[in-house]
Design a protein around this ligand. Sequence first.
Ligand SMILES: O=C(O)CCC(=O)C(=O)O
Length: 389
Amino acid sequence: MDSNVSTLLVSSLSEAGEGQKDHGGDSYILPSQFVLQKESPVPMNFIWPKEDLVKAIEELREPVVDLSGFLKGDLVATQDAATLIRESCLKHGFFQVIGHGVDSRLIQLAYDHLDRFFKLPVSMKLRAKRMPGTNWGYSGAHADRFASKLPWKETLSFRFYEPDDSHPVVLDFFKSTLGMDFEETGLVYQKYCEAMKEVALAIMELLAISLGIHDQQHYKHFFQDGSSIMRCNYYPPCKEPEHAFGTGPHCDPTSLTILHQDQIGGLEVFSDNKWRTVPPRQGAFVVNIGDTFMALSNGKYKSCLHRALVNRDKERRSLAFFMNPREDKVVRPPEDLVSCTGDTPRTYPDFTWSELLQFTQKHYRADEATLPNFTKWLLSSKPADVNNN
Ligand SMILES: O=C(O)CCC(=O)C(=O)O
């Protein structure tokens, strides 16, 4: 084994350690932000192949959709918003929204609490450590799953859903993993997720309108009892940003992502065969279509290929809310999008979000080809169950 291609041993991180290298062998213990940003040269595990590192030269000219007219029930504004969304989703699956009604103080609080968490000693952060096979908890560079092409970041992810008894699951996550000192953090993210769900459901209605679906509430109803994921991304400065990625090129396996990026910049989208930058826009959320929605639109709307760069001197942060259906719900496009005459047949077989989630947790690292590879895997693993009409 190449001595640089080292195994990440998150679980063995000692209480005192802020990320340590085992110089005697080939183990590399999770680098925390404090260690990661001092690493030079960048460890091999974080170096990406040249062909992935092609630079973006131009800005993405994505539409900025003002949701305020739609939220007030203005029919003309609704149609205008739906038209913009349709154009961008047919092309690259990415747009920005303003006029969304989310209080800017709540967004600021979400960043304040993100800072508070990531500045903790690693031993504290590991109280919320992500367990193998789950997609929530604290993780450095997805350390427990992969040994190469690692992202230069730390993440904190947690689930958000609204159980019948209205139990605040996000608040519970923070209290149970980090203790009562993190009650306020839990309350802030509970509120933030509730606000994100509202925005996401509004966008779901616009997506249905934009696709010409007879029942405009179709997707909204489908996702109402969904099980979403919130992820706080923290990207430490990197001494050789030209060799690494904060987040490598991928499409989100989820349905719809609503992301807020801070003012540093680094998000890029692949459109018209080129990588393009997405400069931060104060007060806007960036929205992208994920694989599950691509399947729900019968392949009409593109799952957005994107990546995030790191910065030589500055840390970068982003808040990503991934909307998903309830885990056992069958993902199938509405009949309006499938013709019985056979000119628009089904593009993807039926699946559940839990199957796609399992695929990306246990078998496959999400990239630009997750959905076609998942489809192959699904068809080969349970051909008899597939309803592909
Ligand atoms: O931080 C960003 O701008 C992108 C994050 C992202 O793509 C992800 O968390 O999946």
